[in-house]
Design a protein around this ligand. Sequence first.
Ligand code: NAD
Ligand code: LMR
Length: 327
Amino acid sequence: MTQPLRVAVTGAAGNISYSLLFRLAAGDCYGSNQPVILQLLEIPPAMKALEGVVMELQDCAFPLLAGIETSDDPKVAFRGANQIFLVGSRPRSKGMERNELIAVNGPIFVGQGRAIQEHAAKDVFVVTVGNPCNTNAFIAMKNAPEVPRSRFTAMTRLDQNRAVAQLALKTGKPVSAVENLIIYGNHSSTMFPDFANAKVAGQSAVQAAGDAAWLQGPYLKTIQQRGAAIIEARGASSAASAAAAAIDHMRDAWFGTGERCVSMAVPSDGSYGIPDGTMFSLPVRCKGKGQWEIVKGASHDAFAKAKIAETLKELQDEAAVVKDLCN
Ligand code: NAD
Ligand code: LMR
């Protein structure tokens, strides 16, 4: 019998987790031969609701679900964890930018970073979903200096999935025909989907769309504002699509992507002029078991360079705001 993987999820009674946990337990992330033990973290007022989620997980009788543990203490929830989904934090409401959440959410990732360093498994790999996710991942990484920094990532896969889907709709091709559509920068309204290096059915995306002005204008704006549009329509932020993207992110990190490139916010190594250590979404190739490399060599025209500079500036401003949380 394969040893179970210990998978910690924070914010386990929240909206994203209500989709995420069931997919993790069903084998959608780590495969149909890999048992998992779910280690679920919540804050005290949500522990009762978490009991209900646990009952529902039990009621699914998932064959791969080898155990469920719950706690309101990150030291307990992260004990021996191999894989960690940092979801728990407040979502924005209508009219807010994600970085307005820094004051309320940033401090959460100080204690959680420390708890990861002290209690998680040596091979721990972390995705941060809670917003503003790049900066929260940065805070957690800075508070776990003994954990290799490559183990900390933030999720821009939802933005990639949105960018792929919109391009597929425009060109009338299936989503599977869209390749190498990489998000650069911050998971925010400055993110940049690099359509110029993308392909649709083997053809340049710009040619396939046949409309450069659309790509630089309405397309870009739709991707950058998609989260806000969902809040406006649903009255709540994206949840099932966020859970699906978190599964995509962690599954690719676990199994590897081969030659395929995916978007992940990772600590930069200086590639593309992004200062070392900045938690920046870049083209990444995953080699499996949480190992990844930044794919270098994409060329960017003046338009792309200006957009990448803008999103970098925003992240640097956020880093200045959280400086005191990163000592
Ligand atoms: P939600 O309010 O439904 O659930 C959040 C849960 O986190 C709540 O149950 C809350 O009790 C819990 N929580 C709060 N503080 C915690 C702490 N310190 N430790 C553990 N749990 C804690 O929110 P949601 O819709 O699940 O969204 C969660 C976060 O994910 C938000 O910040 C949201 O903006 C973000 N998000 C990110 C992306 C992305 O693409 N990166 C996509 C969607 C949502
Ligand atoms: C999203 O992109 O859907 C999430 O980051 C939620 C939000 O605040 O937009």
